[in-house]
Design a binder for this molecule. Structure first.
Ligand code: NAP
Length: 461
């Protein structure tokens, strides 16, 4: 059947408005939950089970028969049974010939078997049309109706018509089928529910490593150094002061790390004079987790905002303010307003507020529900142009905050720079190189390369 005719079949209204019977092998958790949902959607359901006794767990409108009898009643049979029991299907090969078998199974480990469960089923029953589907939906979500986060159902199979039939059922259940191609895709689909935050591993480990490094760096300089050389016990800094130093530093560095791979990619493309060669693996992986890095950066920036807002409530802050007032009273002298300081503090706060606003905007536009509603140009405008603006504002916020004492010798305890100085290295490098890249003499060849031009074409006409 060609593509058009199968689409027509998918869209054609059912004249009798009656759905075809679906058979489910297995009355376990998933079989029952799926049967329940199917009955709600108007499908007559017949179960094929080892026991034909009806338990009160089974949906009340469903029939329960032996496997062979049940299979004869439907063109589609959903195999809601673990892979290790598939051998019991071999004697049913004749009854199942020409039928659509839906493999919904998952494994306990990634790549547990050499071939996918669906391919194994197709090898056991070569006369049947095997389609992989539903394995990423949980029985609990089907039963409780909480499917908002997982409406997508990956479907794959070698028989186009069989796949269309299954995709029609998926749609009728209120879910969204996503055609992943032939049965070769089954292994990947089966591995999908077993992956643990695949795109988050590198950003999380990197953030944990950097956070630990900066935390202990601050403990050494702000607590241990002060204790040894000034005999002051500031160990309580561990609770708020140090986290409020580490969080903005992390937010700024991670935001810069979102844009750094794009800079590397541009340099590599300029150097090679073509876009038709693969980037190194590490750069590909880095580019793929930019969204995650950005979201973690946003989390650190949000924590920085909260820590800053609670600062005036701290006993240390009120003690320091009181000390300043008392010293003015004792000296009978009112300190005049330092206008430079007032400008600096208002400016860094304003830069921080604007930077944070753009940070939040970036985070919101990276949510699938929002990014699906903007076109590619709008998405690029927010993520690239406004993203760079957020990086400029946040870098300026740090520079204005610490600028005046970055150069003072007291900022270098044990000859080590303050963490604010360290935090500026990557963002400043990214901004300087980006500035060079937007010069017309560099931007023009880069744009041409990205449009397909090659300095030394491999295939010339
Ligand atoms: P389950 O509760 O253990 O039920 C499996 C059913 O298989 C049993 O109720 C039984 O049905 C049948 N069965 C067991 N041993 C058998 C044997 N030796 N021969 C023939 N039939 C046998 O498992 P489940 O949670 O429903 O999962 C079923 C399949 O769905 C699995 O492949 C799983 O990976 C997949 N899946 C499950 C979920 C989930 O959330 N549970 C989500 C996605 C995919 P009868 O007693 O009626 O014969």
């Amino acid at each position: 059947m060609n593509k058009n005719s199968s689409n027509t079949m998918a869209l054609a209204p059912n004249p009798s408005n009656k759905r075809e019977t679906v058979c489910i092998f297995g009355t376990g958790d998933f079989g029952r939950a799926l049967g329940h949902k199917m009955i709600q959607s108007g499908y007559p359901v017949v179960y094929g089970s080892r026991s034909t006794q009806i338990s009160n767990l089974i949906p009340k409108d469903a029939e329960v028969l032996g496997h062979a009898e049940a299979a004869q009643k439907a063109a589609i049979i959903i195999i809601a049974i673990q892979r290790q029991h598939y051998n019991f299907l071999t004697p049913l090969a004749e009854v199942l010939r020409g039928k659509v078998l839906v493999d919904i199974s998952n494994n306990l480990k990634l790549n547990q078997y050499p071939e996918s469960n669906a391919e194994h089923l197709a090898q056991l029953l070569p006369g049947s049309k095997v389609v992989k589907a539903f394995n990423t939906v949980s029985a609990w979500a089907l039963q409780s109706g909480t499917l908002d986060a997982s409406r997508q159902v990956f479907v794959c199979g070698d028989d186009v018509e069989a796949k269309q039939m299954v995709m029609n059922i998926v749609r009728a259940l209120g879910l969204t089928p996503l055609d992943k191609g032939s049965l070769l895709a089954a292994q990947e689909i089966e591995n999908y529910p077993l992956q643990l935050f695949p795109m988050w591993k590198f950003p999380i480990f990197l953030s944990l490593g950097l956070t630990a490094f900066f935390f202990f760096y601050c403990v050494a300089l702000d607590i241990i150094y002060t204790y040894i050389y000034e005999n002051n016990d500031f160990s309580f800094f561990i609770a708020i002061t140090i986290p409020n130093r580490v969080c903005p530093v992390m937010a700024l560095i991670l935001l810069a790390l979102v844009y750094l791979p794009g800079i590397f990619a541009a340099i590599i493309q300029l150097y090679r004079g073509t876009k038709y060669r693969r980037f190194p693996d590490w750069l590909d992986k880095w580019m793929l987790c930019r969204k995650q890095l950005g979201l973690i950066a946003l989390a650190f920036a949000s924590l920085h905002v909260v820590f800053t807002l609670v600062t005036p409530m701290r006993a240390f802050a009120s003690w320091r303010t009181g000390k300043g007032i008392i010293s003015q009273v004792l000296n009978n002298k009112t300190e005049p307003l330092d206008h430079t300081n007032a400008w600096l503090s208002d400016s860094y706060l304003a830069l921080g507020i604007l930077g944070f606003f753009l940070f939040v905007l970036l985070g919101i536009t990276s949510l699938p529900s929002v990014s699906n509603n903007v076109n590619w140009r709008e998405f690029r405008f927010v993520q690239s142009k406004l993203g760079y603006l957020a990086l400029i504002l946040c870098t300026a916020h740090t520079l204005v905050y610490g600028g005046k004492w970055f150069l003072s010798p007291s900022a270098y305890k044990w000859y080590l720079p303050n963490i604010y100085i360290l935090s500026l290295i990557v963002p400043c490098a990214v901004l300087v190189v980006k500035f060079v890249l937007i010069f017309p003499c560099v931007d023009k060849p880069l744009t041409q390369i990205r449009q397909g031009w090659e300095r030394n074409p491999k295939y010339s006409n």
